[in-house]
Design a protein around this ligand. Structure first.
Ligand code: FES
Length: 105
């Protein structure tokens, strides 16, 4: 994904509630936090579990299976459970009410 991809309507993404999406087989989770939207890979790097089914608090999402925490701005694993690899991170832009993402920060 080297170009911007439309992935959701901004109105679908509620404050502090994970939004699971997908593009071309790539699971991507969107998070709205303090008025800003962030996007990271949605599959935990430890086992195949959607992070968006986990607990979202502040700037982190906690994996529902073994509680590894990932930073929603960067996809970096920050503490907790057994995951040691980061998930993908995406740039995000909102235009005319639509959310676009692009790989990398
Ligand atoms: S599956 Fe996410 S920490 Fe184990």
């Amino acid at each position: 994904m080297s170009d911007w991809v439309r992935i959701a309507d901004a109105s679908e993404i509620a404050d502090d509630e994970p939004f699971a999406s997908e593009w071309n087989g790539e699971a991507i989770a969107l998070y709205r936090h303090e008025g800003e939207i962030f996007a990271i890979g949605d599959i935990c790097t430890h086992e195949h579990v959607r992070l968006s089914d986990g607990w979202f608090e502040g700037d982190r999402i906690e994996c529902p299976l073994h509680q590894s925490c990932f930073e929603i701005r960067t996809g970096k694993v920050i503490e907790g459970g057994p995951a040691s690899e980061d998930v993908a991170s995406y740039q995000v832009k909102v235009e005319d009410g639509a959310v676009f993402v692009k790989r990398g920060i």
